[in-house]
Design a binder for this molecule. Structure first.
Ligand code: ZN
Ligand code: ZN
Length: 379
């Protein structure tokens, strides 16, 4: 789907006013300029998916002057052809022997004292900016930009919905690959191919945790051979060509699992269902976390739910808002995040169920619609 097609239904994915919105936010945060190098922030603001390489590419947004995009001269055609070329902002090329950092410093308004850099700017680039702007104080732009990125537009929610449907297709076909006698690594390789075939540009991660490995939340894969009766946690995600990410976990059993596992899974399913149903504007991140944690704790597994409930998702798999105890951030319409409680019995087995949810005006919408009852595959 092209941007225009998506735009017809829900607005443009990368609307042109974001640079101006970021400029105002930069000024409000008392920065004199915002410097954004390739990554999710640059793509969010301009639609330009530039490769992060050694040469400088940087969107420069002075708080009180016109923005411009600095690119290596050899990448100017690519920048011009990207959505950034239609923003009406000046694209400034620099030659191979020119100092791009000096160029930025020269063009910044005099009196630039504080500048904000995107949180993922390479250290070598930040140090070069500090050299080029002696006396100016750098700060992180994360707080300025995450506030903008956290509330998704209708077009972004539509893009996340497409990503969610794509990863659902992979879970729905899990029985094709997940079988006893195969190693986690073999299964994961097939799943990675399926993630692309289902409509992603690339797979971001594939976790296949079988048997005791299911009790390790960030276990990736190993050469362990899957055995009959194993619970298997499969946590997978990819990025679509539009730039938006999917992330969904289902826990499977290959053959009949132990009765204690079935009991654990029932508790988890109740917690995760209650949490997805509790999503609505005004509920705080920590309240949503507690909805699931209280159920799991009451069942005697509080100490086995060892991570937060979820993370925001959009152009990155992990971004604000984090659904975690201690966060008094109220949910707002447009916020998209994972709801992924888990229960892990070290050395024995564990389970996790993960859906992406979006806060709407009146409640929540789940973007992953694969069934949540335990799927028992042939053992
Ligand atoms: Zn996940
Ligand atoms: Zn996740």
């Amino acid at each position: 789907m092209t941007e225009t097609e998506a735009g017809g239904r829900a607005g443009v994915l990368f609307p042109p006013e974001r640079v101006e919105t970021a400029r105002r936010a930069t000024e409000d945060a008392a920065f004199d300029a915002l410097l954004v190098t390739p990554g999710a922030d640059l793509r969010y603001l301009t639609g330009y998916q530039a490769l992060p390489l050694e040469r400088l590419t940087c969107l420069v947004v002075p708080a009180r002057a016109e923005p411009f995009l600095v690119v290596p001269e050899l990448e100017r055609p690519a920048a011009q052809a990207s959505p950034a070329g239609r923003l009406g902002i000046e694209i400034v090329g620099f030659a191979e022997t020119e100092d791009a950092y000096e160029l930025v410093a020269r063009r910044l308004p005099p009196g630039t004292r504080r500048f904000a850099v995107d949180n993922h700017m390479w250290a070598e680039k930040l140090l070069a900016f500090q050299d080029a702007l002696p006396g100016a104080q750098p700060g992180l732009a994360g707080d300025v930009l995450s506030v903008l990125r956290m509330r998704k537009s209708a077009a972004e929610v539509a893009a996340l919905r497409r990503a969610g449907a794509a990863i659902d297709r992979v879970h729905d076909a899990m029985g094709e690959w997940l079988r006893p006698g195969r190693t986690e690594r073999e299964v994961a390789r097939d799943i990675a191919d399926a993630i692309v075939a289902a409509g992603h540009d690339h797979a971001d991660f594939v976790i296949v945790g079988s048997g005791p490995n299911s009790a390790s939340p960030h276990h990736e894969v190993s050469d362990r051979v899957i055995e009959p009766g194993d619970p298997v946690v499969v946590d997978i995600g990819g990025t679509t060509a539009e730039g938006y990410c999917s992330d969904s976990t289902r826990t499977y059993a290959v053959g009949e699992p132990p009765a204690a596992f079935l009991e654990l899974y029932r508790v988890l399913l109740r917690a995760q269902t209650a949490q997805t149903e509790a999503v609505r504007p005004g509920v705080t991140a920590e309240e949503l976390d507690a909805v699931g944690r209280d159920i799991i704790t009451a069942a005697g597994h509080g100490e086995h739910f060892i991570h937060r409930t979820g993370h925001g998702i959009g152009l990155e798999t992990h971004e604000e808002p984090y659904i975690v105890a201690g966060s008094k951030r109220p949910l707002e319409p447009g916020m998209a995040f994972s709801v992924e409680p888990g229960i892990y019995l070290p050395g024995t087995f564990g389970a996790r169920i993960e859906d992406i949810a979006v806060c709407t005006e009146t409640g929540g919408e789940r973007l992953n619609l694969t069934g949540r009852d335990l799927v028992v595959l042939p053992g």
